[in-house]
Design a binder for this molecule. Sequence first.
Ligand code: THU
Length: 133
Amino acid sequence: MTQNADLATVAREMLRQAYAPYSGYRVGAALETESGEVFGACNVENASYGLTICAERAAAAKAVSAGHRRFRRLVVATEGDRAAPPCGACCQFVAEFGGDIVVHSVAKKEKLSWLLKDLIPHAFQGGLLGAGK
Ligand code: THU
């Protein structure tokens, strides 16, 4: 089974691929599927800033595109001293596939962990769609 340290290694390798010419803030992510596969990605910025995609969402899109729907762990790597949680948009995006995912964040001087459902306890769920019909 992939260990946390291995996932962190993938996330840090992904960080080096980041395309972040505008913010200069590089992020890498590694998402582990229930079957133990790992999908890594980096943030990809755009001159039209709002089109930027975060590393976590890019990793989730890769995993889902490969047919995966269930996930165990997400590791985020940032290059500053402080560890950072995934942004709200990324929490919502990944919570689509369940909140029982452990999220780790690693930085130079800090490591933090959460459950996804604690980061976004009231995620919007597909079951709510159609409530107005
Ligand atoms: N970013 C991520 O990749 N993940 C997050 O959860 C928060 C922010 C990226 C987006 C942008 O390229 C840069 O960090 C600064 O916001």
